[in-house]
Design a protein around this ligand. Structure first.
Ligand code: PMP
Ligand code: GLN
Length: 403
């Protein structure tokens, strides 16, 4: 069959998709030998205690199918680790489901709870998988944009948020700490979203994969811990971020039994079960992380990298929005004088030698103008790579007449 003919067989629901912005910009960065501050993945080794646990798991023969909803060791360790933050004793067997990264958690939540024609609320800028998952099941995304206030904090307008909820709203996507803004939603903001979700009987999917990367004493509040929210919230986590192993794709979904059961009805047909030896390794690593003070070290390391990149960006004509969490920085690049964020990111990657992500990929078509002078950089890179990126940005800025 000729390629054009084969394309005629494509289902309508995938026809609107190109390749993701991360794959596209990584490819471009590789082609041009650019320092890659685009796609968010650490360029340094994961902790030795995690590698050792993985090697042990292979030799101990954790090599056959795991329990579909998650290896008993991992869900037990997660329940112990998370119960405090959720303000309740989590039941490992009925309330925690191990997923193939948080990406699978997002997909199965949408499949489990959305019908074609339903509405799902997205806060912009959003992680790009959300609208894709919603489109795949024939539902509709409704958008509420964040805008920077006078102090540079990303905030939503309460009236706009309220107006976005309708009788068709079935799911609300929340991401805190948020990629790409680095926003950590305050308790008060979460209370507003919680109140609207209860009033409209919506389920909340709370993507908290960056929960261990919160800076400057900001508090990571889990919406599931607010009154009336446990029953209607699916909280997603990922070992990829916390342990610097984005390639492992070990994630989890925490939800009450009735919601977990719905997730598992989809999960059993998607991967059936998740990579067994890596589940065992992550379980062992979580047990070791606390006593080793790993989380505090991770947080301090990222805060120092954030501070370095914020300063470097300021010195190169950007106005960075200082992130409260995550390993991303959004910066305003208006002074560089480009017509759009995609044009700027192409120039940066191909000519200045620094890969970055154009944030318009995180906005609906109607609101893409809000990203026109924005650029996203990640700082989950070695100090040496960050320094090289900083030098290249300065050089390019000077060459364009900046000082
Ligand atoms: N949600 C957000 C906000 C992310 O940034 C990512 C990381 N790419 C994911 C979900 C996906 O996580 P995972 O790699 O565990 O599938
Ligand atoms: N979450 C990563 C980022 O925002 C990318 C993940 C991916 O490539 N799908 O950069």
């Amino acid at each position: 069959m000729a390629p054009e003919e084969a394309r005629r067989h494509w289902a309508g629901r995938i026809r609107g998709f190109g390749t993701t912005i991360f794959a596209e910009m990584t490819e471009l960065a590789i082609q041009h030998g650019a320092v890659n501050l685009g796609q968010g993945f650490p360029d340094f080794s994961c902790p030795d205690f995690l590698k050792e646990a993985a090697a042990r798991a292979l030799y101990e023969d954790w090599n056959q199918y795991a329990r579909s909803a998650g290896a008993p060791h991992l869900v037990t360790v997660l329940a112990g680790e998370l119960s405090g933050a959720f303000g309740r004793e989590l039941d490992p067997l009925s309330e925690i489901t191990v997923t193939t990264g948080a990406t699978e958690g997002l997909f199965i939540a949408v499949q489990a709870f959305l019908e074609p024609g339903d509405e799902a609320l997205l806060i912009e800028p959003f992680y790009d998988a959300y609208p894709a998952d919603i489109a795949l099941c024939g539902a509709k995304s409704v958008h509420v944009p964040l805008r920077p206030d006078e102090r540079g904090r990303w905030v939503f307008d309460a009236a706009e948020m309220e107006a976005a909820f309708t009788e068709r709203t079935k799911l609300v996507f929340l991401n805190t700490p948020q990629n790409p803004t680095g926003k950590v939603f305050s308790r008060q903001e979460l209370e507003q979203i919680a109140e609207l979700s209860v009033r409209h009987d919506a389920i909340v999917v709370s993507d908290e994969v960056y929960d261990r990367m919160v800076f400057d004493g900001f508090e990571h509040v889990r919406i599931a811990s607010l009154p009336g929210m446990w029953e209607r919230t699916v909280t997603l986590g990922s070992a990829g971020k916390t342990f610097s192993v984005t390639g492992w794709k070990i994630g989890w979904a925490v939800a009450p039994p009735a919601l977990s059961e719905a997730l598992r009805r989809v999960h059993q047909w998607v991967p059936y079960a998740v990579t067994a030896p890596l589940q065992e390794a992550v379980a062992c690593a979580i047990e070791e992380a606390g006593p080793r003070d790993y989380y505090a070290e991770l947080q301090q390391m990222y805060q120092a990298k954030r501070d370095f990149l914020v300063r470097a960006l300021e010195e190169s004509g950007f106005r960075p929005y200082v992130p409260e969490g995550t390993y991303f920085i959004l910066a305003d690049c208006a002074s560089w004088g480009f017509a759009s964020d995609t044009e700027f990111c192409r120039y940066l990657t191909t000519q200045a030698g620094v890969g970055a992500i154009p944030p318009s990929a995180f906005y609906s078509e109607a609101h893409q103008g809000l990203a026109r002078t924005l650029v996203r950089f990640c700082f989950c890179k070695t100090d040496e790579v960050l320094s090289r990126a900083a030098a290249k940005l300065q050089e390019a800025y000077r060459a364009r007449g900046g000082s």
